[in-house]
Structures are given as structure tokens and as C-alpha cells.
Design a protein around this ligand. Structure first.
Ligand code: ARG
Length: 470
């Protein structure tokens, strides 16, 4: 530890306990912030120069040193050097490196700045960038699911849709794929909002908590970084972690959506269903049982969604009951939220890759599409359309299901005949198989091919609009 690395000194006579310094370090957790902190420092140079606090020569020397640090971050050499430097966090490590590269100018960089406004600003930049990345990833996943839905719509693959895991009503695979795509379209929209909000109010220039007596040009810094405006209240700005938490939350939600699809695919890949085959690249074998093909990636993403949710919850609860202003607890919040976001990114990447390696086994799905009296609701709705009330219709069809079950047969023409006789309508008809059931759906958003085609067009339009959103 050098006096160069620590950002204080005069007040202290004794040396810090190295064990405690190590305990208090967030450097390792901060590494994903490095490039954003360097940008934040570039903006601070702009605020210092704009306010006439440093001259142009000093500003140029600082800019050059920061550019060099950005290169070191890019080529990976900065992280290794920072680790051996012993700084408390990435903010201190970058400051120390700037002072090494440009000793005279470097000593002026921290004028009018505290790590409090620096951390808060860096976290906003990080949150905005990771939200943009989330938006792009979710759009790509939704796009891919949409393409596959179009293919399956043309193929006409059907399955027995379930509720409570029980066969419920026939649906098309295209409809299922579109249902899988929708949450990612919503997540992309949420990420876009998070990114915009993160770049609204810039904490930089708030200093430790009260603002600065130096004439920092905050507007120039905000313009350089792309913030809408400087923050209105320094005390709030340095203590809030809302942008970071919103970003983490959006990632958690995307992972939760992915986990639900994973859960379904794990079941579908299993022996009794066999609805999907997961390719060799994304499957794992057993060390003992030669026949096994395990859907590990989907299980890991499903399990990982719990992990990121726990980290997000930890980050959020760190703030509960914390008084305004900066407290070191916020370092803990930062660590958990960054951990959540970085892990969520790798989960979603793995999910997208493995999802592309899934093949649907149409024969199995189509063969099982009529399982479990799935057209019973169609019969009841046909009775309602003939004038019966819903309770009567439900009960009459329920009785036919009982009879069919006892006779170990599907609902068939004899049931239509019996129901027609009750109505005194020998021409009574209703869908008796999955294809007819699906085709008969009429409501907007339903599983009928016409409605699914329309919904896919609307989804495609929305994805294109989201893609062009800044
Ligand atoms: N390592 C701290 C963090 O990451 C930096 C903020 C330091 N501010 C302070 N007043 N100690 O949150």
C-alpha cells in the first residue's frame, strides 16, 4: 500500500491494518465498473476545466492519462495492476494510476469531487449500459422465438396446453412460442425505460453530500456523459442506488421469465414427454448411465434465477432503514447488485445459446395433442352458443367426460348426439379433435392460426420499434 494508493493521509498518524483494508476492499467486485469510472473522471475534468479550476494544459494532461487508463482497461492490463496496487475500490485505483501517469496534473483530478458522487455517477453509467445490453439480448431472444413461432405456425404443430400441469385445452406450438417471446418483449421495454431513467439525473458535482464551493461546470459534464441534467439535490444524489437497483430488477425479471421456459423445456425433454430434443452442444451425459442426455443448461439457468433474485433482494434490503447520505453499507449494495447483473447476463446468454439448440419433436406433440379430454371446453362452449347457461353446459359435458372415461374412450360423435338430444337439436356439433378446437377459437389473442398470425405480426412490429429506441 503506497500513500499514492490511499486517498487520505494527513489526518492519520498510524498505518492502516492491512487485514482490515483487505476486508474493506471492493476492488474485485468493482472491476466491471472500470471503464465507466474512467468516463466519469473524463467528465469531471470537463467540469473542472469548464469552471476554470484547472487550466487547459492540466486538463489535457489528465485527459491523456485517462485515455491511457482506458486503453489499459481495454487490454486487460489495468485489472492485474490494480489488484496488486491495494486500492480500496476501482475509483481509488484509477485515481492512483492517473497520478502515476501524470503526477502533477493527477493531484488536481479529485478537486471538488468525493468518491461519493463519483461512485453514484459511475453506477448510473454502468446501469444504463447494462440495461442497454439487457434490452438487446431480450430483443434477440424474442426475435428468435418469433421466427420459430412463424415456422411452427406454417407447420401446424399442436400440443395439449396445460394448467396445473394437467392437459387443459389444445394449443398450437406457434402460440406457445409466441407466449415465450412476449415476456422478452416486455423485458426489452422495461430495460429501455431503466436505461433512460439511469441517464436522467447526474450525481457528479454533488461532492461528498453538500455540493461544492468550487465553480464546477456540471452542465458540461452532464452533456459529455449524456445525462439529461445535473441532479437537483446533492444529498439524495450521492445516497441513492435506484438506477442500479432498477437495472438489477429488470435483469432478475428477464431471468425469471427464462427460468419458466427452462422449467417447461426440462419437463418436455424428459422421457414421458419427449416433446423436445436438446442438441449435443447443449446437453450433458451421465458419467454412469450411457443412455442419458441431460438438459443441464436449462436446469442451471432455472436454478441461477434464484441466485440472482437473492443477490437483488440482498442489494435492495441493504438500503432499507439506511439513513440518507453515504454509508459504507452502500458498498455492500453495489457488490450485490453488480454481482446480480453480471451473473444474470451470463445466465441469459447461456439460455439463448441453448434455446437455439432445441428441436421440437412435432410427431410427439401432435400425437399427444388430444390427451385428456382437452376438447371438453369446446363442447361446453358449443352448448352455450346454442343457448344453455354456462353452469348447465359445464355439468352436461362433465357427465359425458365421466361416461367416456368409464368406457376408456375419447369424447366422440356419440357424445355430440347425446348433447344434441338434450338440446333437441340433432344438428348439434362441436370440435372433437385438437385441430378443430384450435381453429374454432375466435377471441383476439387466442390460439387460432388466424389470431396467432396477427399477434406475431404485431409482436414483430413492436420488436422493430424497440430496436430503434435509443
Ligand atoms: N468504496 C466505497 C464504495 O464503493 C467508496 C465510497 C467511499 N466513500 C466514503 N465516504 N468512504 O462505496
Amino acid at each position: 500500500m503506497t500513500s499514492q494508493t490511499l486517498q487520505w493521509g494527513g489526518r492519520f498518524r498510524g498505518a492502516a491494518d492491512p487485514e482490515l483494508l483487505a476486508f474493506g476492499s471492493s476492488l474485485e467486485d468493482d472491476l466491471p465498473l472500470a471503464a465507466f469510472d474512467a468516463r466519469c473522471s473524463q467528465a469531471h475534468v470537463c467540469a473542472l476545466a469548464g469552471g476554470g479550476i484547472i487550466d487547459e494544459q492540466t486538463a489535457d494532461a489528465l485527459r491523456a492519462a485517462l485515455d491511457a487508463v482506458v486503453c489499459e482497461i481495454g487490454d486487460g492490463s489495468f485489472a492485474a495492476a490494480a489488484r496488486s496496487g491495494g486500492a480500496e475500490d476501482i475509483h481509488g485505483a484509477i485515481d492512483a494510476r492517473v497520478r502515476e501517469l501524470a503526477p502533477v496534473a493527477g493531484a488536481r483530478l479529485h478537486a471538488g469531487r468525493s468518491r461519493n458522487d463519483q461512485v453514484a455517477t459511475t453506477l448510473c453509467l454502468y446501469a444504463a449500459a447494462r440495461a442497454q445490453a439487457g434490452k438487446n439480448r431480450c430483443l434477440a431472444i424474442a426475435q428468435r422465438l418469433l421466427e420459430r413461432a412463424r415456422q411452427e405456425l406454417a407447420a401446424g404443430t399442436l400440443l395439449a396446453g396445460t394448467t396445473h400441469g394437467q392437459p387443459a385445452q389444445p394449443i398450437s406450438l406457434a402460440f406457445w412460442l409466441a407466449a415465450a417471446a412476449e415476456p422478452f418483449a416486455r423485458a426489452a421495454r422495461a430495460f429501455a425505460t431503466v436505461a433512460a431513467e439511469a441517464m436522467h439525473s447526474m450525481p457528479l458535482g454533488s461532492a461528498a453530500l453538500a455540493g461544492s464551493s468550487l465553480p464546477l461546470d456540471r452542465r458540461a459534464a452532464a452533456n459529455l456523459l449524456g445525462f439529461a441534467e445535473p441532479s437537483r439535490n446533492a444529498l439524495d444524489a450521492i445516497g441513492t442506488r435506484d438506477a442500479l437497483l432498477d437495472c438489477a430488477h429488470a435483469w432478475v425479471r428477464a431471468c425469471a421469465s427464462a427460468s419458466r421456459i427452462c422449467a417447461e423445456l426440462v419437463v418436455w425433454a424428459g422421457g414421458p414427454f419427449g416433446y423436445v430434443r436438446i442438441g449435443d452442444a447443449s446437453s450433458t451425459g451421465s458419467s454412469l448411465m450411457p443412455q442419458k442426455r441431460n438438459p443441464d443448461i436449462f436446469e442451471l439457468v432455472r436454478g441461477g434465477a434464484h441466485e440472482v433474485t437473492a443477490a437483488y433482494t440482498g442489494a435492495l434490503t441493504t438500503l432499507i432503514g439506511l439513513p440518507l447520505s453515504y454509508h459504507r453499507d452502500l458498498q455492500q449494495c453495489k457488490r450485490l447488485a453488480i454481482g446480480c447483473i453480471e451473473r444474470a447476463m451470463s445466465l441469459l446468454d447461456a439460455f439463448a445459446r441453448a434455446l437455439d439448440d432445441v428441436t421440437f419433436v412435432a410427431e410427439k406433440m401432435n400425437a399427444a395433442a388430444n390427451d385428456g379430454y382437452v376438447v371438453a371446453t369446446d363442447l361446453a362452449e358449443a352448448l352455450v352458443a346454442s343457448g344453455l347457461d354456462a353452469r348447465q353446459a359445464h355439468s352436461l359435458v362433465g357427465a359425458r367426460v365421466c361416461l367416456a372415461e368409464e368406457a376408456r374412450r375419447a369424447l366422440d360423435a356419440s357424445d355430440l348426439q347425446a348433447l344434441g338430444a338434450t338440446l333437441d337439436n340433432p344438428a348439434f356439433s362441436a370440435p372433437l379433435d385438437a385441430a378443430a378446437s384450435v381453429a374454432a377459437k375466435r377471441t383476439e389473442g387466442s390460439t387460432s392460426p388466424v389470431c396467432v398470425a396477427r399477434a406475431l405480426d404485431a409482436l414483430a412490429e413492436e420488436l422493430a420499434a424497440l430496436e430503434h429506441l435509443p
